[in-house]
Design a protein around this ligand. Structure first.
Ligand SMILES: *Cc1c(COP(=O)(O)O)cnc(C)c1O
Ligand code: SF4
Length: 362
């Protein structure tokens, strides 16, 4: 999709394009708009409208511009354009497969592992990913005021000395403005046992203009601060997203990546390798590759675990260690993220052949 065509449709300037507030305000939220930008009638328009009533549609003009062909085979299209399969065959599928809601002792603070907790500071995102395992939140925003939510979280964390790391997540925390975000970071930094902060945000991928000089200058003051983003396909590695990651890195903030393994998007060895090499080239460290959770509305993205393990093992044997994420399955409770690397027969066989390596060093 052509950027200039999108700009002229919005009667906007090149300067608007670089302004994250403009991008956020002009998110595409209606099937009609998608129809207009694709230049062809939407198939199953009524069904797709029904999908958006359950799981809203929002795509930044920037992310929309990354669509190269308007169909499901396009990896950007598949990640952001509603699909009828989100609401079909969803009977009996859990909305919250990881039982996160059970681990909320205060609203929107998930404390599943002893030494770290995850704060959901907003339910809104710049672009809604169709594969999101928290899509249950989109239509059910929390009614506490943000200030109240922060207060309750900060109190819980300050009374829990075993917590040393806070992950600021959502929704997408970077849809908040710098000042609001800073208030939360600053109050967390007053807690003596909080050693590390982490931000989980897809903004570098879907709205990279949000990473501004001012934001980086502010974030820099709250280091050690780690940043995890979510690139799922090499088409998302653009001059703009590269620049956003580089600005964070220049502020002393390491940027890592958590991908989701998505059927039809990145589940072939060539596509995955291209993504991992691409990330290494922009100095973004692949951290996790999540096996897609069995969440309601996401089932059509799930790959077959056995063949995915085989795919990752192939990559594991070919690629530099710096390109390799930990391929994990997230399960409810404190068992957490179970590594799926090295599970196949081939690897077990290799291990068996080198058994003496273990024994010798015993
Ligand atoms: C994934 C996750 C974390 C962070 O786990 P790491 O392995 O440290 O990346 C923390 N809290 C919750 C609820 C999570 O789901
Ligand atoms: S940015 Fe994250 S929370 Fe938001 S829709 Fe995408 S995966 Fe879900």
């Amino acid at each position: 999709m052509n950027k200039n065509f999108i700009l002229s449709s919005f009667k906007a300037s090149a300067k608007d394009w670089l302004d994250w507030r403009w991008q956020f305000k002009n998110r595409v939220t209606r099937i009609n708009q998608l129809e207009y930008f694709s230049g062809k009638p939407a198939l199953q328009k009524e069904t797709l409208t029904a999908v958006t009533a359950v799981y809203p549609l929002a795509i930044t003009p920037y992310y929309l511009s990354l669509i190269q062909s308007y169909n499901e085979n396009d990896p950007i299209f598949a990640q952001c354009v509603p699909n009828q399969r989100e609401i079909y065959f969803s009977e009996g599928i859990p909305e919250d497969p990881l039982k996160e809601d059970m681990h909320m002792l205060v609203p929107k603070l998930i404390h599943r592992y002893p030494d770290r907790c995850l704060a959901i500071v907003t339910e809104t995102c710049a672009t809604y990913c169709r594969h999101c395992n928290r899509k249950r939140f989109w239509l059910r925003p929390n009614h506490l005021s943000l200030k109240n939510r922060f207060q309750k979280m900060v109190r819980y964390i300050s009374e829990s000395p075993q917590i040393r790391e806070v992950i600021i997540s959502g929704g997408d925390p970077l849809i908040l403005d710098d000042h609001t975000l800073e208030q939360f970071l600053a109050s967390l930094r007053t807690i003596p046992h909080i050693e590390v902060l982490r931000i989980g945000s897809r903004v570098p991928v879907v709205m990279p203009m949000r990473i501004t000089r001012d934001l980086c200058r502010m974030l820099k003051r709250y280091r050690p601060l780690w940043f995890n983003t979510q690139f799922n396909h090499s088409n998302e590695i653009t001059p703009e997203s590269k620049r956003a990651c580089n600005m964070l890195q220049e502020a002393g903030i390491p940027v890592s990546n958590q991908s989701v393994l998505l059927k039809g998007v990145n589940d072939s060895p060539e596509v995955m390798k291209h993504l991992l090499y691409g990330l290494q080239k922009i100095s973004v460290r692949p951290y996790y590759l999540f096996h897609c959770d069995p969440a309601k509305g996401c089932m059509h993205f799930r790959t077959d675990a056995r063949s995915s393990i085989a795919m990752m093992e192939k990559i594991w044997r070919q690629c530099s260690g710096l390109c390799l994420p930990q391929y994990v399955l997230d399960v409810p409770g404190s068992a957490g993220k179970i590594p799926l690397n090295m599970m196949s027969g081939a690897i077990k066989n290799d291990l068996k052949q080198h058994q003496h390596f273990f024994d010798k060093f015993k």
